[in-house]
Design a binder for this molecule. Structure first.
Ligand code: PEP
Length: 257
């Protein structure tokens, strides 16, 4: 396993929360409390309108920026869309793609998500591809087939070198924003499946360097236990990332050992 490539990554997704002053206050508070020991990679995904100001607030820190979404074209007559190049231009390192809220409320398909993943790689952004089953699918024991389909379609036509920089986040939809976390067994089963799938469809080195995050009701009390699960390389955090004290405790999960 490539430990350097699999350095833990913790990403905070602010979703559609925070006007400009709130976002700057949140980012500044995070910056002031972040004691960078260089062992964990940290990123936050503020709303688009706050990205530039937050990038200034975080200058000279190792807290990186992520977009919450992007469009696959680079520029043109696509009113309301934001391209990967624009995200890169204002200092984003990552972009979240295919979050379940985008799949659910904006009807994003795996095919569209694939175009976005490809465009992110082309723009030299690191895509964080979100996959995961809903409750109905879990109850019907379809979790692995759903995840497999999302992987197969979402990662279609990617070159091996694109995997130098790709992150996959397993987020069971029923665990997002519900306070209900998937069990360690459920998470390990899916992460193990994803790693195996990557080995089969790409190769072992590629699979071994791909970071697999877990997301779904992560909080300061469960972060350490989640990070101990085999094949979990990091966390995608929604609600708790809006509270700097909680997000910092999650980042410092090792200190709760
Ligand atoms: C998310 O939005 O990706 C998420 C995991 O949210 P929460 O942590 O609030 O469940």
């Amino acid at each position: 396993m490539d430990l350097e490539m699999r350095q833990p990554l913790i990403v905070g997704n602010w979703k559609m929360n925070g006007n400009l002053p709130e976002s700057i206050r949140l980012a500044t508070s995070l910056k002031n409390q972040f004691d960078d020991k260089g062992n964990i990679r940290v990123a936050i995904a503020p709303p688009f309108t706050a990205l530039y100001s937050v990038s200034i607030a975080l200058a000279e820190t190792n807290i990186q920026l992520a977009g919450q979404n992007m469009f696959w074209e680079e520029s043109g007559a696509y009113t309301g869309e934001v391209s990967g190049l624009f995200l890169k231009d204002i200092g984003c390192h990552y972009v979240i793609i295919g979050h379940s809220e985008r799949r659910q409320y904006f009807h994003e398909t795996d095919e569209q998500i694939n175009l976005k993943v490809q465009a992110a790689c082309k723009s030299e952004l690191v895509p964080i591809l979100c996959i995961g089953e809903n409750l109905k699918e879990r109850k019907a024991k379809e979790t692995l087939s759903v995840v497999e389909k999302q992987l197969k379609l979402g990662l279609k036509d990617l070159a091996i070198h694109d995997f130098d920089n790709i992150v996959i986040a397993y987020e069971p939809v029923w665990a997002i924003g519900t306070g209900e976390t998937a069990s360690p067994e459920q998470i390990e089963e899916v992460h193990h499946f994803i790693r195996g799938w990557l080995k089969r469809f790409f190769d072992a080195p590629t699979a071994n360097m791909t970071k697999l995050l877990y997301g779904g009701s992560v909080n300061p009390d469960n972060a350490m236990d989640l990070m101990k699960i085999n094949e979990v390389d990091g966390l995608l955090v929604g609600g708790a990332s809006l509270h700097p004290e909680d997000f910092i405790k999650i980042i410092k999960f090792e200190e709760n050992a």
